[in-house]
Design a protein around this ligand. Structure first.
Ligand code: NAP
Length: 287
């Protein structure tokens, strides 16, 4: 019987801890605030921003949505970020991707203060993710590892195959996996025979952005699969990168929806509280 690694319980544990800290901060007259930047044009990211807003309300976190029209200029977004960086009431800044083509996501990410960078996208926090220095690490790679550990799996000394080396998930996850002492093989768009790498793997992480990039013929009964993918089918259904029937052919798998994405949101808020500590001088990171 395949273990379905749902994230709700792990996410609820994170939220319970966050609620406690929010209460504690209230006694000091502080309410954590996250500012989310959303540019019109991608219905999925608008949906995710709203979902995060509902969670913020339940946590006692102030959520401020800054939504721009699709024809916004890079300068306008940079101006807002400069203001948010300076505003002592704003503890975290979150940029919803994708952005329209006139705006460089890299330029915008570079402009965010590393101290408020709740999704670990600034150069300083990307470097910290590589070196293991204190920092705000990207949420989705952290969620991938936390979900696995929640179900009692250890990464130490394990053969891990990572499919995808993207900036958001695969690349930072590779570095976090090094610190878990996993032995990692990285597959990407130029890797022939991904199945042969999966055949040696005990654990697989898949973060590609394409439905069914891993199918039942590529896996084995002892494999544990963490699917970080989010794709929308033509009929509007959300699916991962791993074909749904893979679930019958592996030891354990994370579902989509209800897996990595669910825990990612919780970790974003965990990072927000870390950002509050950093800004209060209770924790230090490199800028
Ligand atoms: P990305 O930057 O677009 O990177 C995609 C990676 O997949 C690249 O390394 C690419 O290889 C590789 N790839 C493309 N086609 C492939 C194929 N046929 N076989 C093997 N590898 C292939 O993606 P990302 O931004 O890291 O996101 C990855 C996935 O995570 C997406 O599904 C995204 O929606 C999802 N995601 C989920 C969350 C969440 O909260 N759950 C958050 C963020 C992203 P090359 O390097 O050779 O081009």
């Amino acid at each position: 019987m395949t273990l379905l690694m749902k994230a709700k319980e792990a996410a609820d544990q994170v939220y319970a801890m966050i609620r406690e800290k929010v209460e504690e901060l209230k006694t000091k007259g502080i309410q954590p605030q996250i500012a989310t930047i959303l540019v019109e044009g991608d219905p999925a990211s608008a949906y995710y921003a709203k979902a995060k807003q509902r969670i913020a309300e339940k946590l006692g976190v102030q959520f401020t949505l800054h939504d721009f029209r699709a024809d916004v200029t890079e300068e306008e977004v940079l101006r807002l970020i400069a203001e948010l960086n300076q505003d002592p009431k704003v503890h975290g800044i979150m940029l919803e991707l994708p952005l329209p083509k006139q705006i460089s996501a890299a330029e915008i990410e570079r402009a965010i203060s590393p101290l408020k960078d709740v999704d670990g996208v600034t150069p300083a926090n990307k470097l910290a993710t590589v070196t293991g220095e204190a920092g705000l690490y990207p949420a989705t790679p952290q969620a991938c590892i936390k979900l696995l550990k929640h179900y009692g799996y250890s990464l130490e000394g394990k053969n891990v195959t990572l499919v995808g080396r993207g900036q958001t998930v695969g690349l930072p996850l590779f570095h976090l996996l090094q610190r878990e002492n996993a032995t990692v093989t990285v597959c990407h768009s130029r890797t022939p025979h991904i199945a042969s790498h999966l055949s040696h793997a005990e654990i697989a992480f898949v973060a590609v952005g394409r439905a069914e990039v891993v199918n039942k013929h590529m896996v084995h009964a002892d494999l544990v699969v963490v699917d970080a993918g989010i794709n929308e089918t033509e009929d509007g259904k959300m699916v991962g990168d791993v074909a749904t029937d893979v679930a019958d052919h592996v030891q354990a798998i994370s579902p989509v929806p209800g897996g990595v994405g669910t825990l990612t949101t919780a970790i974003l808020y965990e990072n927000l509280l870390k950002a509050v500590e950093i800004q209060l001088g209770e924790a230090v990171i490199y800028e």
